[in-house]
Design a protein around this ligand. Sequence first.
Ligand SMILES: Nc1nc2c(ncn2[C@@H]2O[C@H](COP(=O)(O)OP(=O)(O)OP(=O)(O)O)[C@@H](O)[C@H]2O)c(=O)[nH]1
Ligand SMILES: [Mg+2]
Length: 254
Amino acid sequence: MPPVADITSSAAWPSGRVLVVAATYEERANVDQLIDGVLAAAPDPQLLIVDDDSPDGTGVVALDRTAREPRLHVLVRRGRRGLGGAILEGFMLAARHGFEIVVNMDADLSHAPEDIPRLLAAMHPAGGRPADVVLGSRRVPGGRVVGWPAWRHVVSRLVGWFTRWVVGVPVRDASSGFRAVRVASFTGRPHAFATGYTFLEEMLWTTHQAGGRIVEVPITFTNRERGSSKAGLRESLTGGWALLRLAVTARLGL
Ligand SMILES: Nc1nc2c(ncn2[C@@H]2O[C@H](COP(=O)(O)OP(=O)(O)OP(=O)(O)O)[C@@H](O)[C@H]2O)c(=O)[nH]1
Ligand SMILES: [Mg+2]
């Protein structure tokens, strides 16, 4: 059978500097509020939704809105799944359309769109060296998580500890999916990234390896109120395995 074709929004992309990329899978209950929030947070950034053909119609809802929102773009990937792969394709589109910075965020409103200007401002600290990645961090002073059960804190801290001390990425919240990234510093490097959640840690590791500057700014992460988590047991196991493989690569150069 021939592969099914992707669906992309048809409107032309205005030229721009910042592209917000949000991967979605079954986020119908959140996607409208996400679009409203991102477009209202600042006048310039454009928004790309990368949906993996969600059965609940998230992609259709987003595509529908592109007719009225020139700053909104949608890619519905068909025949493939995975958070990392979706974000990576977002980066590639950003590079192709000449954007300088990608802001990556979750679509379930755990990341506040109002924080986007603060992340962008930290890319260019006054008098300091520009950053390659600004990480919205829950684990620096002022950062916090609202609404998680205790076990989520434990797992998240274990992943953070492992990435910092075993893989060797000098940040406190490597699994945060809220980050501003200089597109050229990322797409210019060779990579074979994990297609799942471990993409997030791996991308920081390659940045650090290449001598890139990673800055953490505090954010409040609010547990999702609508829709269901995709970070279930299966994703946790494949993610854990991918993280172990990353540690072996980082430590032994294999
Ligand atoms: N395109 C795409 N997006 C995904 C996929 N898996 C998860 N996402 C999106 O990635 C973001 C993070 O996923 P979540 O399910 O919120 O994972 P989490 O934040 O670790 O866990 P919860 O907040 O508890 O749900 C959300 O915007 C999801 O819709 C996927 O396979 N493809
Ligand atoms: Mg979430």
